[in-house]
Ligand binder design. Structure first.
Ligand code: ATR
Length: 272
């Protein structure tokens, strides 16, 4: 019988996840279908229950339901527990398992696809919302020299620093606290790009050979990547690779097979 999966969010019409998972299932010969489901705000749990009632085996969860998905799961993987956010649900005989594949997806794109080792590097992570908290543990597991979490609202960055300080060398502050420091890897996990905005960065932020990575993807450049180009970052990368890699990790969790991602990332960038 064909197994049923879906991505749930609001809005959801723009989601490329059904296309990505269709490529994965064709490539690996897995017998599955993957839908996009719009959940009305305030109706996440009934929407998931309805999907399970139709025989659904697993779901990806996107904005704005990652916290609700975390609360709904009766078991969490260690990486979902650390993130306090869930983007992958598995429905099995024991109930609902919550996982988070966002951080692994980011790290895999940076390390494996882009060939940029994070170990020993000075990393700046901008933002302290759900997108940022989901990637901190996998970044720290790579052993960066420092991870600075910078956020407009300093207290939120500080709270994340405290939560993750036992996992590595994490510091926090607002954008003024960056001072004249420079970084080897600067990751934009704010929602500023979605509004066509840019966090207040200073010109010398990129060290020689630095990579700028915007977790947002959409076919056109973002204000942050434009800034990076103008201020000496060697590489400017959008979030297309992270999107495909987090999907591949979810696929692995569900099906026990890791799909090949390189060509799918290229095709996604060519036709966003
Ligand atoms: P997400 O789940 O995408 O992380 P979120 O939890 O609403 O969404 O968090 C949005 C993040 O983007 C926050 O860190 C926010 O900063 P504040 O905590 O100070 O609000 C950041 N952000 C949004 N717009 C921004 C802008 N124009 N400049 C800098 N940071 C911005």
């Amino acid at each position: 019988m064909t197994d049923l999966y879906a991505v749930v969010g609001n809005p959801i019409a723009h989601s490329r996840s059904p296309w990505i998972h269709a490529q994965f299932s064709r490539q690996t010969g897995q017998d599955m279908v993957y839908e996009a489901i719009l959940a009305p705000l305030g109706e996440f749990a009934p929407t998931v229950a309805d999907f399970r009632g139709r025989g659904g085996r697993g779901m990806n969860v996107t904005v704005p339901f990652k916290l609700e998905a975390c609360a709904l799961a009766n078991r969490l993987t260690p990486r979902a527990k650390a993130a306090q956010a869930v983007n992958t649900l598995v429905f099995d005989g024991e109930g609902v398992l919550g996982d988070n594949t966002d951080g692994v997806g980011l790290v895999r794109d940076i390390r494996t696809n882009l060939g940029f080792p994070i170990a020993g590097k000075r990393v700046l992570l901008m933002g302290a919302g759900g997108a940022a908290s989901g990637v901190i543990l996998p970044l720290l597991e790579q052993g960066p020299r420092t991870l600075l979490i910078a956020n407009r609202t300093r207290q939120k960055a500080h709270a994340l620093q405290q939560r993750f300080s036992c996992h590595g060398n994490v510091i926090s502050g607002d954008y003024e606290d960056i001072g004249g420091e420079s970084f080897d890897l600067v990751i934009n996990a704010t929602s500023a790009s979605l509004a066509g905005e840019l966090p207040p960065l200073t010109a010398g932020i990129f060290s020689t050979g630095a990579m700028a990575y915007d977790m947002v993807y959409g076919g056109t450049g973002t204000p942050f990547l434009d800034f990076a180009r103008q201020h000496g970052a060697s590489r400017q990368i959008d979030g297309a690779g992270m999107l495909v890699e987090q999907a591949a990790e979810s696929f692995l969790v569900w099906r026990g097979v890791r799909p090949e991602t390189g060509r799918i990332i290229d095709r996604l960038r060519a036709a966003p």
